[in-house]
Design a protein around this ligand. Sequence first.
Ligand code: SLL
Length: 187
Amino acid sequence: MRINHTNLSRLIVYGTASIRLSETRADATHKWKAYVRGYGNGDISHFIRSVTFKIHETFPNPTRSVDTSPFEIEEMGWGEFTIQGKLYFVDVHEKPLYFLIGLKLHREIYTTAIGDVEYPSGWVINERMDSVIFHTPTSVMYKLVSSNQEKEMSEEVWEKAENEKQRILAAIDHVLDKLVGLSRHTK
Ligand code: SLL
């Protein structure tokens, strides 16, 4: 049964963390992790059943499933690639959620942490934050999700997210302007 006119949401953070090995090998220069966690490291295992990480095919068993918290895998390697994630909810009636995250071994301008938790120095963090929205959730999911309160977003993180949103909107506007310009040209 679904509960109408109800929306529940929970913040999740997914990302990668990597560090250079002190002794590198031909097939491994870095140790890395990929993970999904709650905002501020809050527990998400009461509504998330499992997370599947599809990593590069140069690794053995490239589809890795994690069904207990922390939803995290750890590996050693030499290269960067995109990881495909799939998040399954405790209630199988809720559709799984897909995400993509770039494994980053080297720091760039946009490899940043969300800032809700501290990491030891030396780690390269690449994270995204997303809001999982349960629109007219099943009653099972409603009970599970609402059984735990989530940490409130700090003002700093909120501001960062808002700036990012504005940046994306400005980029969309820019592209739309270009497209309008192009179509005028071809008329
Ligand atoms: C690149 N397109 O060329 C990427 C591929 C693959 C990384 C990166 C395997 C480690 C191992 C590994 O790190 N693969 O052999 O165990 O940069």
